[in-house]
Design a protein around this ligand. Sequence first.
Ligand code: NDP
Length: 328
Amino acid sequence: NRRIVLAERPKGEPTDSTLKLESTDIPSPTDGQMLLRTEFLSLDPYMRGRMSDAPSYAPPVAVGEVVESKREDFDKGDWVLSFNGWQDYALSDGSGVTALGRHPKHPSWALGIMGIPGFTAWAGLTQIGTPKEGETLVVAAATGPVGTTVGQIGKLMGCRVVGVAGGAEKCAYAVDTLGFDACIDHKSDDFAEQLKAATPDGIDIYFENVGGKVLDAVVPLLNIGARVPVCGLVSQYNATSLPDGPDRMNWLMGQILRKQLTVRGFIIFNDFVHLYPEFAKAMSSWIEAGKIHYREEIIDGLENAPRALIGLLKGENFGKRVIRVGNT
Ligand code: NDP
């Protein structure tokens, strides 16, 4: 049973010595337990927070198969969504486990479009962003699992959608495949000017995934009454200190006041869990109708998970990054 554990808490960016691979015996279930074999692991930006000595909001999520069961409610061969840790096998007493049936068509989608990222996008946008037809929606990390979903739902709701992504290839995908109206490369020298040109009517909803210089460029363009669902701040997860330059806290508060902005943070597990069935129904029907594109980046081998997470935090992923564990 291979497993990956934290070797040391990172300062700034995680490195090759942050996580280590070790081996243990495969455990045996006792009454009331079952043994799960991990098939797919989700890699998510929030995992950087779990490596710090500070509160974090979610355990790692995985899709696996029941290989032995001493429980009434699950049988050998059932697929489940669970909180396994980064390891080949895990014991479970059933808590926090969601049944995925015996032969799920796309088991890994439970980690992406039908799981936390898809649900986060839908809930943050519909409940806080409250899009109306003709409004302008800006979303950063636009080609990641949350951003792609936010933008595509925005289009379905009649918004003008402007994505922000790292590099020409990602931006072309957002426009050509996802149908966004524009997508701006945040690595361009004139990023702020390009964003302004792409939002001639200002911004009504900014779905915040990254913070940093994207947020700096967005705030002056926000319209009166704009909504900002604060979902994540990836650009800051490896930061070890506050950014250089003048303190802009009071300027930002002034913008919130004068423009009567709604800026609301949310944690999907805490705020909107009761809405999951509504989300699942809407998303399933959009997928069935071919209205939502979903891109996965599957990386083989549990041993490759640490490097894949380090790269995710730097934008090396193109789509939802999933590890196919490949255990024997
Ligand atoms: P992504 O797959 O989109 O991965 C992160 C992306 O962030 C990278 O691919 C990169 O894309 C972008 N990025 C990294 N550094 C920077 C930077 N300095 N400036 C601008 N962009 C940067 O992640 P997810 O779709 O899984 O998650 C998106 C956000 O949603 C995250 O902030 C995450 O923490 C948050 N989240 C919040 C939840 C909640 O309950 N609040 C639940 C789930 C997710 P690019 O190359 O395009 O720059």
